[in-house]
Design a binder for this molecule. Structure first.
Ligand code: GTP
Ligand code: MG
Length: 245
């Protein structure tokens, strides 16, 4: 009798074991798929608002999220808020422009960037061209931004009569980025170090934004007007958000 019962029991044990293995396998697959889904959901949904201090990032952020004028002060931390574009939720992160704070907040969010906006004060651009170009150069050299993230260079404060248009700003920036690239390259050669500084653009050619792999657009805006009845214009920024979403 025992001779017949034992194989039966053994057969039962084996199928139970197989059942348990299949269940464990299914759980692992589900967990892996869930983790991938979460990663996909959280990756690439952030629009980073960057630029020098006083360029107008926080006012643009307030206009975009609550359509109102707010009195702004130099930001000491980031502002974060969500908007719905083309039925997709986008997280807008306004990064302080202060030199001592900007990289800390940029590093915190850059790996989830879906787009990068670089806000420029079009009135003071000539005076600040070196700083504007240097910060932009550093952003464009970042490995997370080089993953084909669309970039908008937003020439703000166009309500001011002294503001430069975006075509002029593009030319000024290309010239300055070219100089900056030469300085960086010669510094590296002088040091003969194995530094990881990135060469932007094409070797042997003047710097041009069109030589970069990333899609870089230029647009104009103005966000200032205390009077709620009077106009502001961030429509090109809005259009760009729709385009990339
Ligand atoms: N005329 C004019 N003023 C603007 C415009 N946008 C912003 N401003 C003013 O510029 C100043 C700086 O604006 P913020 O939005 O605080 O600048 P920010 O880029 O956030 O500066 P940080 O927080 O220091 O990085 C404020 O006085 C704004 O009211 C604009 O389009 N036109
Ligand atoms: Mg600010």
């Amino acid at each position: 009798m025992e001779k017949y019962v034992k194989p039966l029991l053994e057969g039962n044990d084996n199928s139970q074991l197989l059942g348990i293995l299949a269940a464990v396998f299914a759980i692992i697959i589900t967990l892996v798929l869930f983790a991938l889904w979460c990663k996909k959901k959280s990756a690439g949904h952030i629009i980073l608002l960057t630029g020098l201090s006083d360029s107008g990032k926080t006012l643009i952020y307030a206009r975009l999220l609550c359509s109102k004028f707010v009195k702004t002060y130099t930001s000491l931390k980031e502002n974060v808020g969500n908007i719905l574009i083309n039925n997709n939720s986008l997280r807008i992160v306004d990064i302080p422009g202060d030199e001592r704070l900007r990289s800390k907040y940029f590093d915190k969010y850059k790996s989830s960037a879906k787009g990068l906006v670089y806000v420029i004060d079009s009135v003071t651009i000539q005076k600040e061209i070196r700083d504007v170009a240097e910060y932009l150069y550093n952003l464009l050299s970042d490995s997370d931004i080089q993953k084909n993230i669309p970039i908008l260079i937003l020439c703000n404060k166009q309500d001011q009569t002294m503001a430069k248009g975006c075509a002029v700003i593009k030319t000024l920036l290309e010239k300055e980025m070219n100089l900056l690239r030469m300085t960086k390259t010669s510094q590296l050669e002088a040091m003969d170090a194995s530094s990881t500084s990135v060469f932007l653009g094409k070797q042997g050619k003047h710097f041009e934004f069109s030589h970069l792999d990333s899609q870089i657009d230029f647009a104009e805006s103005y966000a200032f007007n205390k009077d709620p009845q009077s106009s502001v214009d961030i429509s090109e920024f809005n259009k760009w958000l729709h385009k990339i979403t």
